[in-house]
Ligand binder design. Structure first.
Ligand code: IMP
Length: 200
């Protein structure tokens, strides 16, 4: 079985390669099949819809079994923002650091017990033969800090501390973060999904 990981992010391809290393499944990236970035409009209103929209677009273009994911951070005191807009929070002028500063400033004065948040990840696998979409969900609960801690990872990692941990994701290396992360939790369900696809 060959599985296309539809992302521009080389780190994600490597992450899935690690997570699926024990399976009889060849993981390929977009570059491996000479497919560039498709201009896919993420018009969904949920992580699940957007993951399926992306996986379906790349499955159609490649005619391969295709995985895509959609993820983000949901902050309770901000009524769920930035949510599905995590990558675009604050508009196109901001980089990861700017988005973190915006989040911290929007939470200024909010006490610790109200700074609850979670990362969500939905993985979608689309089979181009049947157009069927299979999904897996992962979540990690935690708190938003009042200042950045650590500089590992990406995105909101330095401001997010998972429940039961004394360090942020930004203070953990991949070997520590991946098993407990939203993406790791969702990816653990992939072997069962791929078995299901083979059986269908
Ligand atoms: P996408 O799933 O690639 O569209 O990314 C969504 C956005 O959510 C990213 O650009 C990050 O800002 C944020 N995000 C998703 N997962 C993580 C994570 O594991 N750490 C930090 N930020 C994340």
């Amino acid at each position: 079985m060959r599985l296309l990981i539809a992302t521009q992010n080389k780190g994600k391809v490597a992450e899935y390669q690690n997570l699926l290393a024990d399976l009889d499944c060849e993981i390929v990236g977009l570059g491996d099949i000479g497919l560039g970035n498709l201009d896919v409009d993420e018009t969904g209103t949920t992580f699940e819809e957007n993951a399926i929209i992306k996986a379906r677009a790349y499955a159609e273009a490649s005619n391969m079994l295709t995985l895509s994911d959609d993820s983000g951070i949901v902050v309770d005191a901000l009524n769920g923002e930035p949510g599905i807009y995590s990558a675009r929070y604050g508009g196109p002028g901001l980089d990861d650091g700017g988005r973190r500063r915006l989040l911290l400033s929007n939470l200024l004065g909010v006490p610790n017990e109200q700074r609850t948040a979670h990362f969500t990840c939905v993985i979608a696998v689309v089979d181009p033969q049947t157009d069927a979409a299979y999904t897996a969900y992962g979540q990690v609960d935690g708190h938003i800090m009042t200042e950045e801690r650590g500089n590992s990872g990406f995105g909101y990692d330095p401001v997010f501390q998972p429940l039961g941990e004394s360090r942020t994701f930004g203070q953990m290396d991949a070997a520590e973060k991946d098993p407990i992360s939203h993406r790791g939790v969702a990816a653990k369900q992939l072997p069962a999904i791929l078995a299901q696809i083979e059986a269908d």
